[in-house]
Design a protein around this ligand. Structure first.
Ligand SMILES: [Zn+2]
Length: 258
């Protein structure tokens, strides 16, 4: 299961201290008809909103208070499959155990609802705490999505190639709040990866490996930026023309590709 592999990478990279970070996957494509009638393992939980595109859908969600390093060993003991109720305003846990989903569920499900609404085939949402990217978000200069994106893209050509939509900055909001979910959703319209100021990133992907890879290449660029600063200079960065050439030669998408 990719989710276990990615959770292991997140732990190894130091991005998932204690219970930090969360993963949600749309697993509806794997559902068999009996999933619809499986008994709920615990009373229904209200979402606090209505998400009309999620009717009858199934999601694997990392459990609240669960550790990425434990999820890497056993995803089903540290997360659960939830079924969205017919009224799209609540959910039930159906497998394997009644593990309460992540406190960031509002962001995850609001974004999953948007992905379906917009016709995207993306299935994964990821929140994690990549060290260098979070450090950059403490500088007001990088709280501008364009400045942050341009700086990271200009470090090495591969950043642009493998994170072609860049990174959108979401101003600080209380973790787990509806305000954070709404601000994230707004940025997800244009970006696959968003930076939660002084907190972490929230990314979407075709699958969980895709979401992780995009965060990984952006964080690598942030690391190069910091290494240059540690050597005592502001990195020159690739020129605008050099970056445009990469975009054109590799026909990089400027919008979510699917
Ligand atoms: Zn977090």
């Amino acid at each position: 299961m990719d989710v276990a592999e990615v959770a292991g990478h997140i732990w190894a990279k130091g991005w998932g201290e204690r219970n930090g970070g969360n993963i949600t996957l749309n697993v509806t494509e794997f559902a068999t008809p009996d999933w619809a009638t499986m008994p709920a393992l615990a009373p229904r939980v209200e979402l606090g909103m209505t998400l009309p595109y999620l009717r009858g859908m199934y999601f694997y969600c990392k459990g609240t208070q669960m550790r990425m390093r434990d999820l890497a060993r056993d995803p089903m003991a540290n997360g659960a499959v939830i079924r969205i109720c017919e009224d799209c305003a609540g959910y039930e846990m159906i497998a394997d155990k009644p593990v309460m989903p992540t406190s960031e569920l509002p962001s995850h499900l609001m974004v999953q609802n948007y992905l379906i609404e917009s016709g995207s085939r993306y299935k994964a949402t990821l929140h994690t705490h990549p060290i260098e990217l979070v450090a950059m978000s403490h500088n007001p200069r990088f709280l501008d999505s364009e400045v942050m994106t341009r700086t990271l893209w200009s470090m090495i050509p591969e950043t642009l190639a493998f994170a072609p939509l860049g990174i959108g900055v979401v101003p600080y909001q209380v973790p787990g709040s509806m305000e954070l979910a709404k601000a994230t959703l707004e940025k997800i319209h244009d970006y696959d990866v968003t930076m939660w100021e002084k907190h972490g990133v929230f990314a979407v992907g075709q699958d969980i490996m895709d979401a992780f890879d995009q965060v990984d290449v952006l964080n690598k660029a942030a690391n190069i930026y910091m290494c240059a600063h540690n050597m005592g200079f502001e990195p020159t960065g690739m020129t605008d023309q050099a970056m445009k050439d990469v975009q054109n030669i590799f026909h990089l998408p400027k919008q979510r590709p699917c």
